[in-house]
Design a protein around this ligand. Structure first.
Ligand code: TEU
Ligand code: CA
Length: 564
């Protein structure tokens, strides 16, 4: 296989608004990130993904961009950004930015010009259609609720497409002039010295141009817009001649010449497409393993999702996706991000939360094959946060609450659904210490601080030898160690003990070397008959590996790594 500079790296996602506020306005910023680079270096991080920091009206917290070439003053200046890139380089770390090109903001000048002259050149940057008898062109429901069509300001008979919020008009990738603008912008940032991008909602850039209705799937008589992508892929017999045309061009014009690291946010993935997207000559370097984190979701009503991820379901999803990956394909492994609940709350039942369970979860993520992405606060075991309805900020949460009510759930149930699923769970300020506002800001934080910061914070965990934070450091160091770094990066992945409930185990193999990871992902002691002998225990989350003959006794949430 072809080794790439990023295969053996550990990445970390920063949600800038909530990471660290350097000037007391209650909003995290670029100078705040710079001041924490040593913290991240010490943790063992190589690649830092920062969620959008471009100028934005913040309807969707920066995922609505009004100027692709700037920095929002709330986050700092272009000089701060240049300094961040430089300071990261000094520490041998790389910065990747968020590339949001399925849509822009309705305050972007392209959209303003399109509104002024819908039939002019900028009208063709968007999808503008006629309203017939005041009716929308089809029944698609946007990701954030309501129709995907919104009246074009200043023109009663026209409407424009938005897969997400109305303030996020979709860009028309069929237009070569638009594509040129996008490539120019991407190369501007790559030339500046960023190492690549996390690519937002990218599977959506190719639309079903028949615009046909979809089968109704909700009380609003509409159908989720994501279904249109599935239908498109099925109808076209894949993606090669569809979105593949755009993605190949994007790769050739921007990423290949810069040897960039790219990680795609691709929902609607199928087995057959893995190789095309991230295999040898794939469109991206990597892609998030969403199939492993979504497996507990059923239906589209948050309240009805399973309360916790079932460890066996999760294991099955991981085994399946690992099986599909060729030698060249590296998925980006995650247990949480800014759109998902906290991993420590999703994968671990509430009364089983603690060092053992959180460290087991971390071990299972980081010892798999793939590029681990940690999300800020994951390394100290941050959890979901209780909110009152009025305290929520996220546009998706507010819509989903209404949707649950429409689906007949009670307000208490709907709020409970939000507590489990809201995107604000991972967007609360980073918990640095036990001072006011968790040391995140000296001002008033833009979003509620999780009240558990007195217990869960960086300063406290830095002092405790046996803390989750210090364990993460040890785990990352093990993953990158001289002795085991290669096998844990490039080694194959083979499931073990597949049918043993709540035992999550696998082998990593490289040439003559062989490691076995065994984890008891449950709160009761387990007895395991060893399949093969080993010579040495090389890593544990909890001490004492008890063995009686061929039998091993695993403590609750114990994870061990043995070498053949
Ligand atoms: O998310 C894309 C996306 O599809 C999500 O809305 C997803 O369906 C949902 O969050 C699953 O829980 C990206 C960004 O990550 C998200 O923050 C943005 O809101 C969205 O794109 C629009 O840019
Ligand atoms: Ca600030």
């Amino acid at each position: 296989m072809q080794k790439k500079w990023w295969h053996d790296k550990v990445a970390y996602q920063i949600y800038p608004k909530s990471f660290y506020d350097s000037n007391g306005d209650g909003i995290g910023d670029l100078c705040g990130i710079i001041s924490k680079l040593d913290y991240l270096k010490d943790l063992g991080i190589d690649i830092i993904w920062i969620s959008p920091v471009y100028p934005s009206p913040m309807v969707d917290n920066g995922y609505d961009i009004s100027d692709y070439y700037g920095i929002d003053p709330r986050f700092g200046t272009m000089e701060d950004m240049d300094r961040l890139i430089e300071e990261a380089k000094k520490r041998d770390m790389a910065i990747i930015m968020d590339l949001v090109v399925n849509h822009c903001s309705n305050e972007h000048e392209w959209f303003k010009k399109a509104c002024e002259d819908p039939y002019g050149p900028y009208g063709k940057y968007f999808y503008i259609r006629e309203m017939k008898d005041q009716k929308e062109p089809n029944n698609w429901r946007s990701v954030f609720g309501g129709s995907v069509w919104e009246k074009l300001p200043g023109n009663e008979d026209l409407c424009y497409l938005h897969f997400f919020a109305p303030e996020q008009p979709d860009l028309n990738w069929e237009n070569p002039l638009l594509r040129e603008e996008i490539y120019k912008m991407i190369n501007f940032w790559l030339d500046k010295g960023i190492a690549g991008f996390r690519i937002d909602a990218i599977i959506n850039i190719k639309k079903d141009l028949t615009w046909e209705d979809l089968p109704v799937d909700g009380p609003d008589q509409r159908s989720y817009v994501g279904n249109s992508i599935d239908r498109l892929i099925d109808r076209d017999g894949g993606t090669k001649d569809g979105i593949g045309v755009f993605l190949r061009e994007l790769r050739e014009r921007c990423f290949t010449p810069h040897d960039s690291f790219t990680v795609g946010e691709v929902f609607n993935m199928r087995k057959e497409l893995m190789e095309e997207f991230i295999g040898k000559d794939g469109y991206f370097s990597s892609m998030f393993a969403f199939e492993t984190i979504q497996s507990y979701k059923k239906g589209n009503c948050w309240y009805d999702y399973d309360r916790n991820m079932d460890p066996d379901q999760w294991k099955k999803a991981v085994f399946e996706s690992q099986k599909l990956l060729s030698d060249n394909a590296f998925e980006a492994t995650i247990i949480e991000n800014h759109d998902q609940p906290r991993g420590a709350s999703l994968y671990i039942p509430r009364d089983e939360y603690g060092f053992a369970s959180v460290s087991a979860l971390a071990g299972l993520q980081l010892l798999q094959r793939g590029i681990p992405f940690l999300y800020q606060g994951q390394e100290i075991g941050m959890t979901n946060c209780p909110f009152e309805l009025e305290e929520y900020d996220d546009i998706n949460t507010i819509d989903s609450y209404q949707f649950m009510i429409q689906m007949g759930r009670t307000p208490v149930q709907a709020l409970d659904g939000c507590y489990r699923e809201s995107r604000d769970n991972t967007r609360t300020p980073m918990q640095w210490d036990d001072s006011e506002n968790a040391g995140f800001t000296t001002g008033k934080p833009w979003l509620k601080v999780n009240p558990n910061y007195l217990d869960i914070n960086v300063a406290k965990q830095e002092k405790e030898y046996g803390s989750i934070l210090n364990y993460y450091k040890r785990l990352i160091a093990f993953r990158k160690s001289k002795e085991y770094g290669e096998i844990l990066t490039w080694g194959s992945f083979e499931p073990m003990y597949e049918n043993q409930e709540k035992i999550f185990a696998f082998k990593r193999k490289l040439e003559e070397k062989e490691l076995t990871v065994i984890c008891n992902f449950s709160d009761s002691e387990r007895f395991l008959v060893l399949k093969e002998d080993y010579s040495e225990v090389v890593f544990v989350n909890l001490p004492q590996v008890t063995r009686i003959g061929d039998n091993m006794i695993l403590r609750p949430y114990q994870l061990i790594v043995v070498e053949k």
